[in-house]
Design a protein around this ligand. Sequence first.
Ligand code: PHE
Length: 338
Amino acid sequence: MQELTELVESAQRDFAQAEQPAALEDAKARYIGKTGRITMLMKELGKLPAEERRARGQQINSAKQQIEAALNARREQLAEAALAKKLESEAIDVTLPGRLRSEGGIHPVMRTWMRIEEIFRSIGFDVADGPEIENDWFSFTSLGNPPDHPARSMQDTFYVDRNDDDGRPLPLRPHTSPMQVRYARTHEPPIKVIAPGRTYRVDSDATHSPMFHQVEGLWIGENVSFTDLKGVYSDFLRCFFETNDLVVRFRPSYFPFTEPSVEVDMMFTSGARKGKWLEISGAGEVHPNVVRNFGLDPEKYMGFAFGSGLERLTMLRYGIDDLRLFFEGDLRFLRQFN
Ligand code: PHE
């Protein structure tokens, strides 16, 4: 009897010490497994005289039940502890701030691009797109730029390491004007089109960058005059800047593909450049030779063209004093437009 009590206590102690389910099952085997001590005592029952057997059997059984109860209680404890640990490791602190997905925004120059498309579409202009690697003829020759013209010099223009069919190196287009010729050769007059896009020049300072954006405009009909250029362009500026209060001048100038030619300057009315002029566009009546290169008769068709810098229009709109800010990718700058 004493021996059974000790056995139960010993089992309870062993179970309590088992920290892992596997250790607990090992301890169980020592008592009530196949060769466990209780099991062995059961097997020895047969050797006892019949009159002792019954009482002894009950005692052993009772000890076994106590051991099983202790085992089950410990099993439950360990399972609960394991669950608690798991829950703790997987705990989610719902009060932590969420991880925000950063939101992109539209670049200020793209905003200008989109606004310009919208304004010119509203007065019936088509929007065209063209190649950034141009050939020599579209870039220069067709626009009245003879092969020795300074605008072609290596200082101004980037060339790629490949020649066109005429054996001339292919330029990255230094302006969007080639699109005048490309578009006019494939469309019937009246022609009303703008062609916004990237342009390239070997140039870099506060108002120039090697890659920049222009929008070309072309209106060709039977009687599209310089007056129309002034009217359409001034109207565009009023829409773009959302004010009638603009300081703009059309200054006589020269381009080989327009006659007469002007440059359009606009004054900063805010920012560090306040009171200073900035050239925003070249423009003019398309030269008869260029109209001929459109495949049209210059006796019948005439019109105007302009080419405006999108960065510069954006600078004037927001009072930005350095064009290079657009390309530095500084979020402190870019966030202000979104
Ligand atoms: N292509 C000229 C430039 O880049 C601008 C221009 C376009 C001038 C159309 C006249 C007509 O400076």
